[in-house]
Design a protein around this ligand. Structure first.
Ligand SMILES: Cc1ncc(COP(=O)(O)O)c(C=O)c1O
Length: 367
């Protein structure tokens, strides 16, 4: 196996899941495992969650293909696919018993056109302000009334998605919540079937308990990160992924000598430079050039020179390490600590992008 690898700490995944369970009390939990479980490996993540006594009631994926993969791991748990129903995915959705997302007239036509062998399970998505997918909240009641009249549809759920539940200022999230509640209460008053009502992503789970409804949909919090730096940290989370490598070469650079492409770094004094086999083909963002650290023996060392496809260089200064010395890229050792937020802050991104970007070239070890 490669000397560069990710450890997926399944114990932390289970810890995070239990934290979410405790926080949302009576609501069901749909574990979002799209994008290969945010880069952690969908198979092992689902198996670990299924191992729990209070395992998730639902799984959620972005793509039908991802839903099919989850179905092959858990033969009977409901799986909701967030991408819209289409002519390309309707057959596979039925065959694999996936719950589908619908929100337009064209979806209803499609369902009526296909001779379905059994009822199709749908979740109706309402756009309360995300502005991406969903029936506009003002048109939602009328649409859902019609959906209720279609024979071969089983309404399993009605949902919306928050655009900014991770902001400190919850003004817009509360507007979305009011719009959603108004649709749901009209439907309930008219005794129109909604199935499971759900809205909350991680930001809302942390900070908007009034949005829990029948089910919540955590993604990033499962993997141990708060969705932004603005939410409360109302329950503890533990990062699930750590990244490790080792020194694979060491050379002495004399004062003034440069390192890596473009001569972006030059030694200010005679220094030992280590190379570490982790580069942008492994998912490290090239914009971290000259601005990240790694941990060796519990101490921080600066990465220097251009991040390349297969390697980074690290300034060991005068310290004499051996080839094969372990390096922590993401994780902690003694008092030193680097997590996906450390990189995210420098890259103006979020931990979602960091964990999803770690490429297949990096083996995952499950513990
Ligand atoms: C429809 C839907 N629900 C829930 C989530 C989970 O969001 P988060 O990872 O912020 O918890 C996502 C992720 O983007 C999503 O697309």
């Amino acid at each position: 196996m490669r000397s560069t690898f990710a450890i997926i700490h399944l114990r932390n995944l289970k810890f995070n899941f239990n934290q979410i369970r405790k926080k949302v009390k009576g609501s069901k939990v749909l574990a979002v495992v799209k994008a290969d479980a945010y880069g952690h490996g969908v198979k092992q993540v689902v198996l670990a969650l299924e191992d729990l006594k209070n395992s998730p009631e639902f799984y959620g994926t972005a793509l039908t293909d991802e839903g099919i993969e989850v179905r092959s791991i858990t033969p009977s748990k409901p799986v909701l696919v967030f991408e819209p129903l289409s002519v390309d995915n309707i057959n596979q959705s039925i065959i694999n018993d996936l719950d589908v997302t619908i929100f337009s007239e064209s979806h209803l036509k499609l369902i009526q056109k296909f001779l379905l062998p059994k009822k199709i399970k749908v979740h109706i998505k309402i756009d309360t302000g995300m502005g991406r997918l969903g029936i506009h909240h003002k048109d939602a009641v009328e649409f859902i009334r019609r959906v209720n009249k279609i024979e071969n549809i089983e309404i399993s759920g009605t949902y919306t998605h928050f655009a900014s539940s991770d902001k400190k200022n919850k003004k817009f999230a509360l507007i979305q919540l009011e719009r959603f509640k108004s649709v749901i209460s009209t439907l309930k008053n008219e005794r129109i079937k909604t199935g499971l009502v759900h809205a909350s992503n991680s930001g809302a789970i942390l900070d908007l308990p009034e949005a829990n409804f029948d089910m919540v949909r955590p993604g990033i919090s499962l993997y141990g990160y708060y969705p932004s730096l603005e939410t409360s940290e109302s329950f503890e989370l533990k990062p699930v992924m750590s990244l490790h490598s080792e020194i694979d070469s060491i050379s002495l650079k004399r004062k003034g000598e440069s390192v890596s492409y473009g001569q972006l770094w030059k030694a200010k004094e005679d220094s030992y430079i280590a190379t570490i086999p982790f580069g942008y083909a492994d998912g490290l963002n090239r914009n971290l050039t000259n601005s990240m650290n790694v941990i060796i023996s519990g101490k921080y060392f600066n990465q220097v020179g251009r991040v390349t496809m297969d390697r980074i260089c690290v300034n060991l200064n005068k310290t004499k390490f051996k080839i094969g010395t372990k390096v922590v890229l993401l994780g902690n050792e003694k008092d030193a600590f680097i997590d996906a937020w450390t990189w995210s802050k420098k890259l103006k991104t979020i931990p979602y992008e960091i964990t999803c970007s770690i490429s297949k070239r990096v083996p995952r070890i499950y513990r």
